[in-house]
Design a protein around this ligand. Structure first.
Ligand code: HEC
Length: 113
């Protein structure tokens, strides 16, 4: 069980005036913390679903974009494709995603056999 106590200390004419603004008892199951998808602490599959699935399909078997399974491409080629995209066909993700995220996506694509 987690007890969250947020106190707002106010100084009024020299008297310390502490006011409890939020007191909540969280249920036990909410003590499980889900890691945020950010920085180096992310899930490549989640990144894929957010950024790529609408063109390549949730299963990466292809939709508007091609099937990403068993590509005969190097990690560098895949990283470059994700970063630069392809004019008129695929979004360039450099600037939209962090380098670490792009690297994780390239590694994810390479797991698709
Ligand atoms: C706007 C739609 C779109 C989005 C979004 C998109 N792609 Fe693509 N992608 C394409 C198309 C279309 C091609 C094929 C372009 C071509 O003919 O070379 C492609 C090609 C690729 C290729 C090269 C495949 C090959 O056989 O040469 C890779 C790898 C790839 N995409 C990965 C990704 C990843 C990873 C993401 C998400 C970060 C992504 N794509 C997002 C449309 C998209």
């Amino acid at each position: 069980m987690t007890l969250t106590l947020v106190a707002d200390a106010q100084q009024t004419k020299g008297n310390a005036n502490v006011r409890v603004v939020n007191l909540s008892v969280a249920p036990a199951r909410s003590t499980h913390v889900t890691a945020p998808v950010t920085g180096t602490n992310f899930n490549a599959r989640t990144l894929y679903l957010r950024n790529c699935a609408h063109c390549h399909g949730a299963d990466a078997r292809g939709d508007d974009g091609p099937d990403l399974h068993g590509l005969d491409l190097t990690r560098d080629a895949i990283t470059n494709r994700i970063s630069r995209g392809k004019a008129g066909q695929m979004t360039a993700f450099a600037g939209k995603l962090q380098t670490a995220e792009i690297n994780a996506l390239a590694a994810y694509v390479l797991t698709l056999k």
